[in-house]
Design a protein. Structure first.
Length: 415
């Protein structure tokens, strides 16, 4: 059984199509070219951790990993091989295999399931990624831990740290989660370079004792904004949304600060405005209880496809992400790309992302949140200015730029 992909634009293109074969124990390996060789072109070979899409709650870090991998794979001077744990061949996450997923990524899987693989990397320093990919006739110039777990390797290592939110808000994570995150952060210290998406995360890493000379900021990007014609109005009709509404997108978890957003939506200026929540259930939050004060004005949509998420952005009148802590805030950038006015938090990375194209507020002040939302909904000129500024700002943040930044880091450690 195999999963065929279209020919790629990477270093192996001249030797036949890039595809993926599911081998013994569910191990996926990339096929060789027609003459049995991988490439006659000197290029950068990158083993890239792509396990996040299989996590129970993939979140923004999985989106960042997949979109970065897709953008890297489009470079002629990069040969990318995704690294995953063992999975059933029928267990294919939509981020990697659904509509709009990357069409020619090659993956190789360990014989170990995720929990054992992560534990072995952390406690034993085995199995090494170098050995895993060598079985496929391939040797990495760089290994990239793209967020979370850090693979064992003897090759030059780059590790991405998106945030250290659990240190700022320990109650927002489980005890097991905090232990896991601290272990990964400790493992990241052995990387030759640390990549983070924002100045806010860089500051957190410096505070945690990381060497600033090894830290590189590579902001995340945003993808296509095309929307299926008529779908935004269909979503409005399906949920009875006849007037303006506030949109929130993300994983439902405590640091997203939904309780204060609900409190803001309960104030007089917004007392008739619906709140739409789009995203998967996370942890440590009772969504039904949290939104109960809003009654029927709360529309909890849950997980949606990429196609539907884009349509929700197009349908919205204002987007609000009042998180207590973010390493970047990818949904802020997505909203701006769709021309939705943004209200988000000051004092965390979302302030960097929004810049002067959004309204930033104290996320602990429900009145500040309410005031900013009311200002956008009540002032058409302000809303239009923010929408235009957001589109312009998002246009300068593409995944191709993220890939360029990562390649520069790879070359630092590979040279």
């Amino acid at each position: 059984m195999s999963y065929r992909r279209e020919p790629g634009t990477g270093c192996r293109q001249s030797y036949g199509p890039r595809s993926m074969v599911v081998g013994p124990m569910g191990r996926r390996v990339p096929e060789q070219g027609l003459d049995g060789r991988w490439s006659a072109v000197t290029c950068l070979r990158v083993a890239f951790l792509l396990e996040q899409p299989w996590h129970r709650v993939p979140g923004g870090t999985a989106v960042a990993a997949v979109e970065s991998a897709r953008a890297l794979d489009e470079h002629n001077d990069v040969d990318l091989l995704g690294i995953t744990a063992r999975h059933r061949s029928t267990d294919l996450p939509p981020l990697l295999f659904g509509p709009g997923s990357p069409d020619h990524l090659s993956l190789v899987s360990s014989v170990l399931p995720r929990s054992l693989l992560y534990e072995a990397w952390h406690l034993l320093g085995r199995p090494r990624v170098d050995r895993l990919v060598r079985r496929s006739g391939w040797a990495p110039d760089v290994v990239h831990a793209s967020g979370g777990a850090v693979p064992a390797t003897r090759s030059p290592l780059v590790a991405t740290v998106h945030d250290v939110a659990w240190r700022h808000h320990p109650g927002a994570s489980t005890r097991r989660g905090r232990r896991l995150f601290e272990g990964w952060l400790s493992d990241a210290r052995r990387a030759d370079r640390i990549v983070c998406p924002s100045e806010a995360t860089r500051s957190d890493l410096l505070e945690a004792g990381f060497d600033g000379d090894r830290i590189r900021i590579v902001p995340l990007g945003v993808g296509p904004t095309d929307v299926e014609p008529g779908l935004p109005s269909q979503l409005r009709a399906r949920h009875g949304l006849e007037g303006p509404f506030v949109l929130w997108v993300g994983t439902l978890e405590p640091r997203k600060n939904l309780d204060r957003l609900v409190a803001a939506m309960s104030t007089a200026p917004l007392s008739e405005v619906p709140l739409v929540l789009v995203g998967p259930d996370g942890w440590r939050i009772d969504v039904a209880r949290t939104v109960a004060p809003l009654g029927e004005r709360a529309v909890v949509v849950g997980s949606v496809s990429e196609v539907e998420k884009r349509a929700w952005y197009e349908a919205a009148d204002v987007f609000c992400l009042p998180s207590l802590h973010e390493g970047f805030g990818l949904t802020v950038l997505e909203a701006m790309a769709h021309g939705v006015p943004v209200v988000t938090s000051a004092g965390t990375a979302t302030e960097e992302v929004a810049g002067d194209a959004g309204l930033t507020v104290d996320p602990t002040d429900k009145w500040a949140i309410a005031g900013a939302l009311h200002a956008v909904l009540d002032d058409g000129k302000l809303a239009a200015r923010l929408a235009d500024a957001g589109r312009i700002r998002a246009a300068s943040r593409r995944w191709s730029d993220t890939a360029d930044g990562l390649i520069a880091v790879y070359r630092e450690v590979a040279d």
